[in-house]
Ligand binder design. Structure first.
Ligand SMILES: [Zn+2]
Ligand SMILES: [Zn+2]
Length: 460
């Protein structure tokens, strides 16, 4: 109660300091705001009931009491009444409701109630827990990011090594070609030089012989002035010299004034690993409605059934065919021309696929394929299909099989843009797979052609 008194006594002394617009209420508020929460509760305690004000009212002496308390205190008193705190006398029972104090009391009551405190504690615990969890999440995220950074760095480094290796191999091919060609040039040059040198030596020897003979003859001629020459002095036999070797500039330089880069590139093409494999169709696997060209590089679906031998390798349900070349290790690449054929499937098939059943083409059933339907709907043969949106319609497709990495990739062989890559490739032996599909009755069936490059054909 002392605090209360002091607080309000203080307000009256600073009243004037707040200027004309100031009110006792503002002064009170300023004083209350400056007190700590504990003393604020004391400041808002009624001197009669010693509890927080209920309906606080202010007497003319500026002391506050609960309205029920002061009413009860004054009950039965006739005439003047006094303030229970400072004993100041008032002619009548007058007080004023102080709304600011009412609001402050409500606030203190609310913020000091058990429910409020419990609620606050609960909120505190919950906020703490949520912060803790959030921090844990972030820490996990940091760890994942760091792991990713490590992975990216590692994979980047591996790929760098790989790319360097591929280029080193190309450089090596070029280096070997250069060395080989320069050695050949050197050898040919030496041969030409040797031929001429040989002739030169012979001619020089002949000249020397002739010079000796000339000297002998001159001496003999000088002697004849004093004596009679009875016979010719003995002479060295004349050295016979072969005709000068012909140096054919054209023959010597033709080989080296050729389109060297192209010739070397063609040679290099043969050394590519993997370079395009010259595949052929395995007619034993061909569905009876597939006609294969004599050189086994063209397959076309036909209406009439081609006479065929029973063979366990033959596809009997689906219009499929395999290449004769199977792969189970290393890296292989081949190209297939589909032209503007509106419908086809191609890729690879496990050796073990069931040739007599109608099977959905997917890695699960032993097929890694790309397909075209209706002339422009490209899909990867996953389950379900993965639709692809190539930038242009490939006329030729490249298939890359990496047995060690278990990767099967499809390229638009016209520009070598990647169309799709299976990373869950096959284990064990596989064969290049093709399906010319059944064309609509209105369309003339178009073939699938295995591409062989001249440079590849040059090999061997
Ligand atoms: Zn009271
Ligand atoms: Zn008073």
């Amino acid at each position: 109660m002392v605090h209360m008194y002091q607080a309000f006594a203080f307000t009256s002394s600073v009243w004037t300091d707040f200027g004309e617009e100031s009110t006792p209420i503002m002064a009170a508020a300023a004083a209350i705001a400056s007190s700590s929460k504990g003393s604020l509760r004391e400041d808002l305690t009624c001197a009669i009931c010693c509890d927080l004000f209920r309906e606080p009212v202010m007497l003319a002496c500026m002391h506050h009491f609960c309205k029920p308390c002061i009413s009860r205190y004054w009950r039965g008193t006739q005439g003047p009444v006094t303030c229970p705190q400072c004993r100041k006398e008032f002619s009548s029972k007058q007080f004023q409701t102080n709304y600011l104090v009412t609001a402050m009391v409500e606030k203190v009551r609310a913020t000091t109630s058990d429910t409020y405190i419990k609620n606050l504690e609960k909120q505190l615990r919950e906020t703490l827990e949520s912060h803790r969890l959030k921090k844990e999440d972030f820490i996990n995220s940091i760890r994942r990011d760091k792991d990713k950074i490590e992975t990216i760095k590692k994979i980047g480094a591996d790929l760098q090594t790989r790319v360097k290796g591929e280029f080193r191999a190309l450089h090596q091919i070029l280096q070997d070609e250069e060395t080989c060609m320069l050695e050949q040039l050197k050898r040919e040059q030496e041969e030409e030089l040797e031929k001429v040198q040989h002739h030169l030596d012979a001619v020089e020897l002949a000249v020397k012989g002739l010079e000796d003979n000339i000297r002998t003859l001159r001496q003999a001629s000088a002697t004849t002035e004093n004596t009679v020459l009875s016979e010719l002095p003995p002479l060295r036999p004349c050295v016979l010299v072969d005709t000068a070797p012909e140096f054919d500039i054209n023959a010597f330089s033709n080989k080296y004034l050729a389109p060297l880069q192209y010739i070397t590139w063609r040679k290099m093409f043969k050394s590519l690993k993997p370079g395009p494999s010259p595949l052929t169709f395995d007619t034993d696997t061909a569905h009876p409605s597939i006609h294969v060209s004599r050189d086994k590089t063209v397959a076309v679906e036909c209406d009439a059934v081609v006479p065929y031998m029973d063979h366990s390798k033959r596809f009997l349900q689906c219009v499929n065919i395999l290449a004769a070349q199977g792969f189970q290790s290393g890296r292989h690449y081949w190209e297939v021309e589909v032209g503007s054929k509106p419908k086809w499937d191609l890729g690879i098939a496990s050796e073990a696929v069931d040739r007599h059943a109608r099977i959905k083409l997917s890695p699960e059933s032993g097929y890694w394929t790309l397909r075209l339907r209706n002339g422009n709907e490209y899909s990867a043969g996953t389950q379900p299909w993965t639709r692809l949106q190539p930038a242009s319609s490939p006329q030729s497709l490249g298939v890359f099989l990496d047995c060690e990495e278990r990767r099967v990739s499809f390229y638009n062989a016209d520009d070598m843009s990647l169309l799709y890559s299976f990373t869950n490739g096959p284990r064990g032996k596989v064969f290049p797979f093709f399906s010319p599909c059944i064309s609509g009755s209105s369309q003339r069936p178009q073939p699938i052609r295995l591409l062989h490059y001249p440079a590849v054909a040059l090999s061997g």
